[in-house]
Write a protein that binds this ligand. Structure first.
Ligand code: GDP
Length: 366
């Protein structure tokens, strides 16, 4: 069969998977000019739709990025900084400036100082070898910090294109959609009938001086919890509002279950405080370490959920990672699920997550 390409962005059309690049409903193939769903939505509704991409495709895009000239806006999720970081990016940006934007600031407790988080991000960027022109904290969903972000983008791009990159679920589409709405007004539909095709699988949104904001597909990071739960259960793990930290005074040999998704053991040490920063929609269940295995075997999918009844069987087995906590205020990060702050040093703890999900240790973010 002859390969059909989208007349908008130039990607090959496929009719199987609506979440992947180039999807168009089968009926659209009868038309003379086929537009992929992503371009269709942008053109008709002024809306960017999230599509996913594999690591290989992403490398291709990164390679292409370095050859372009413009501002690279890298979006990370403040709730899952490591999981959404895109560690390879700095090798590909060439001489282009990078604006690092941490999204979802609305989920941080109100008491958190913004500049502290930005300083933390600055250290993290440096440690990961990424040079940044600036670092901003925004909430694309709530609109916080967005005007400042738009102004900064306009300054830093110095008349060039803007390339927005990020892994899936960081809120890249929400961010771009807000820019489109703010720039064009709620009602006005973007008036290009054709988006120039590129080889980068990017969608180009025109801005006033003949330049573009280019949306790259979201990169799937397989170490994130989000890929191990059913899409219908994502709403439990992705926080929509300010997280209410929960403090647990634990004795050694006590365990916390985070729904039925993950588990935290206080293995050894003096009685200490542990603060959970997890979506308010997940319940935390405390039990004795010696009971934990049996409790999980018996109650996964019901008392310990999500995963719900229908998904419990398919949910991967948990793997144990042990850590000696040397410094007070150390976070154990469950990629994409949140983190537990160990308030005192000199303890041994263990995190249990599905095989493949990353667990990280860091100095406390907040
Ligand atoms: P994309 O895959 O990067 O394009 O991400 P989306 O824009 O589709 O957003 C992924 C999820 O994060 C959705 O559930 C959004 O509602 C949510 N989200 C996006 N921006 C924010 C934000 O600023 N705050 C919060 N709390 N959630 C957000």
């Amino acid at each position: 069969m002859e390969e059909i390409k989208c007349i908008g962005c130039g990607v090959p059309i496929q009719t199987e998977d609506p979440t992947k690049l180039g999807y168009a409903p089968p009926s659209s193939l009868e038309k003379e000019e086929v537009v992929c769903q992503r371009c269709f939505r942008l053109k008709n509704y002024n809306e960017i739709q999230a599509v996913e991409l594999t690591d290989d495709d992403f490398l291709k895009i990164l390679n292409g990025l370095g050859k372009q000239q413009g501002l690279i806006v890298k979006i990370v999720d403040i709730f899952d900084i490591n999981g959404s970081w895109l560690p390879g990016l700095h090798r590909f940006v060439g001489n282009n400036p990078v604006l690092l934007i941490a999204n979802k600031s609305d989920i941080l407790p109100k008491s958190v100082k913004k500049h502290k988080v930005i300083n933390w991000l600055r250290r993290e960027a440096k440690a990961m070898g990424l040079q940044t022109a600036d670092i901003l904290l925004v909430s694309a969903a709530k609109g916080q910090g967005m005007i400042e972000a738009m102004e900064r983008i306009d300054e830093l791009r110095a008349g060039q294109n803007v390339y927005v990159v990020g892994s899936t679920n960081v809120g890249k589409s929400t961010f771009i959609n807000r820019i489109i709405k703010q720039a064009t007004g709620e009602e006005q539909v973007i008036t290009t009938s054709q988006f120039p095709g590129t080889t980068l699988d990017m969608i180009q949104i025109p801005i006033e001086d003949g330049k573009y904001i280019c949306d790259t597909p979201g990169i799937i990071n397989h170490h994130q919890m989000a890929h191990y739960v059913d899409p219908s259960e994502l709403k439990f793990i992705l926080p929509k509002n300010e997280i209410k930290p929960k403090v647990y005074q634990l004795n050694p040999e006590q365990t916390l279950f985070i729904g039925g998704l993950a588990r935290f053991d206080f293995v050894q040490g003096e009685r200490s405080a542990f603060t959970a920063h997890i979506s308010n929609h997940l319940s935390i269940h405390r039990t004795k370490l010696s009971n934990a295995d049996a409790l999980y075997a018996e109650h996964k999918g019901e008392m310990l959920s999500p995963p719900g009844e229908n998904f419990a069987e398919a949910y991967p087995e948990l793997v144990r990672h042990e850590f000696s906590i040397k410094e007070p205020k150390t976070d154990i990060v469950f990629s994409g699920l949140g983190w537990i702050t160990c308030q005192t040093a000199g303890t041994v703890v263990a995190a249990h997550v599905p095989k493949g999900v990353a667990v990280m240790v860091r100095p406390s973010l907040i």
